[in-house]
Design a protein. Structure first.
Length: 321
């Protein structure tokens, strides 16, 4: 094992680093003066997300699938690797489960070998279709273990189990963040998530698709706020393991989101309704009391402001295509 670097200059591994969240995290880690190893198999991540980082002297990209072991020397690990939208994780559900479970085992094994602190990007999907509202970290969830979304939901739940067992059995320094709906620049245009769906449809003048009656709710966190939460959690004292909800507690109906996107894009698009997908949760809202108390964190970007930035990104994305 290589000698530890200073507290100000760490060697940091980001799995899923070419993805939506991972690319933003890599940027912020570089801005802090760290060496960054970005690992991604480019199944859902995109090289264009990190193109501007490839020439950076402290940035390295490695194409690798985390379901296979990785042998590197690092001080910290952010484990973000996994398809995170229903379209992508249902495309190959077996591989999705493998990515969550085998990926966690491989990254935890690496962390154990090099004694690195490791953060797991978990998800609000561990709560399933919640009967508790808003959801706090003590809630065990209401999850269908054999449904179409189970490859992701249960894969992430198993990953959390592995993290805490490694912590208890091997004294590993772990951090577990439960991510709620996040949006912003570099979202994949075809990932099927509601914010990107609405913006892409609006910019193309297509009908905006609402599933169900649009009364189901989500809480939308802008990507910069989410990454700030990650960094604060990773830098928190050893005894703060999580899981900690990282998301925006301001709740919006899907219909209200669609109407705001129509306003901000000045589109002629019309709203059309389709049946609600199987196991789609009716409501999602984080209780972030722990994040406020333990990390001094809360989101600062209002939905209107974040949507404007995201719309500008997609407008430029399609103009370059």
């Amino acid at each position: 094992m290589r000698p530890p670097s200073s507290i100000h200059e760490r060697r940091v591994l980001v799995t899923g680093g070419a993805g939506f969240l991972g690319s933003h995290l890599c940027e912020q880690l570089l801005a802090r003066g760290h060496d960054v190893l970005c690992v991604d198999n480019l199944f859902t991540g995109q090289r264009r997300n990190i193109q501007h980082l490839l020439g950076h002297e402290r940035f390295e990209f490695m194409r690798h699938d985390v379901t296979f072991p990785l042998f590197v020397e690092v001080d910290q690990i952010y484990n973000l690797a996994c398809p995170a939208s229903p379209i992508h994780y249902q495309h190959d559900p077996v591989q999705t489960t493998k990515t969550s479970v085998h990926g966690a085992i491989n990254m935890l094994g690496l962390a154990k070998r090099v004694r690195a602190r490791i953060l797991q990007a978990s998800t609000s999907e561990v709560y399933g279709d919640p009967t508790q509202h808003p959801q706090n970290e003590e809630y065990w969830g209401n999850v269908n273990p054999i449904g179409l979304r189970s490859c992701y939901d249960e894969g992430k739940r198993c990953a959390e189990t592995l993290f805490f067992d490694y912590h208890r059995q091997h004294k590993l320094e772990i951090k577990v963040a439960r991510i709620f709906n996040t949006y912003g620049p570099r979202m994949h245009p075809n990932d099927g998530r509601v914010v990107s769906n609405f913006i892409v449809q609006a910019l193309h003048g297509e009908d905006i698709t609402i599933f169900g009656d649009g009364a189901q709710t989500r809480s939308f966190c802008y990507v910069d706020d989410l990454i700030d939460g990650f960094l604060r959690l990773m830098d928190s004292p050893r005894e703060i393991t999580g899981p900690i909800n990282i998301g925006n507690p301001n709740e919006f109906t899907i219909l209200a989101l669609a109407e705001l996107v129509i306003e901000l894009t000045n589109t002629k698009s019309k709203l059309v309704r389709k049946p609600l997908p199987h196991d789609d949760p009716r409501q999602r809202q984080p209780n972030i009391a722990k994040a406020r108390d333990l990390l001094d964190w809360q989101p600062r970007t209002e939905l209107r402001e974040g949507l404007q930035r995201t719309i500008a990104y997609f407008d430029d994305y399609f103009s370059r295509a």
